[in-house]
Design a binder for this molecule. Structure first.
Ligand SMILES: [Fe+2]
Length: 180
């Protein structure tokens, strides 16, 4: 039997016995923005799931894939003070994040005209969701570590990084999840 072309599935070993996680990972339909936000909120409140996995490091933002399926990516991301993403999108994926611990600042741009960036202060247990054309950067501007849960649907789209000068210049592309 061949699995080529079949559904891809990864569940973090620490979560593979969680029935809810297994159910979500098997879903084939895409997730809506509100569903993704609900999911990140649900996981963030279950500290026993993510707290043992944390490995904050000042060298770079730390991250761990919790679910990678066809329809869903779920990531745990750690931010020490000063760590931040570049300006980026998620390649056309719908997404959401919830702060599990600490505080993050999201600077959201409606488009690459960058006329009026919106600064969102995301405190513990608060979150945000975004549409496929959303462009943002996320930063830990505080004095203590932050931990966040991120979800994207569909999975596997290439994140795109922009130069941040206000011009529509694409400077790099990489995997979706770790960027936030
Ligand atoms: Fe992001």
């Amino acid at each position: 039997m061949s699995f080529v072309g079949g559904p891809k599935l990864h569940i973090h070993a620490a979560l593979e016995d969680v029935a809810r996680i297994r159910t979500l990972s098997k879903r084939r339909e895409l997730f809506g923005a509100d569903e993704l936000l609900d999911l990140t909120m649900e996981v963030a409140t279950q500290t026993e799931l993510w707290q043992p996995l944390i490995r904050h490091t000042t060298e770079a933002r730390w991250y761990e894939a919790l679910i990678l399926s066809d329809a869903l990516e779920l990531w745990l991301i750690g931010w020490t003070p000063g760590q931040a993403t570049p300006l980026h999108d998620h390649g056309g994926a719908t997404g959401a994040l919830t702060i599990a611990a600490g505080r993050l600042i999201e600077t959201a741009h409606a488009d690459l005209g960058l006329t009026r960036p919106r600064r969102n202060i995301l405190d513990e247990r608060s979150g945000a969701y975004f549409s496929p054309n959303h462009i943002h950067r996320v930063a830990n501007e505080g004095a203590r570590n932050a931990t966040s849960i991120h979800a994207y649907s569909p999975a596997g789209l290439q994140m795109r990084v922009y130069d941040g000068s206000g011009e529509t210049q694409l400077v790099a592309a990489g995997s979706t999840g770790p960027a936030s």
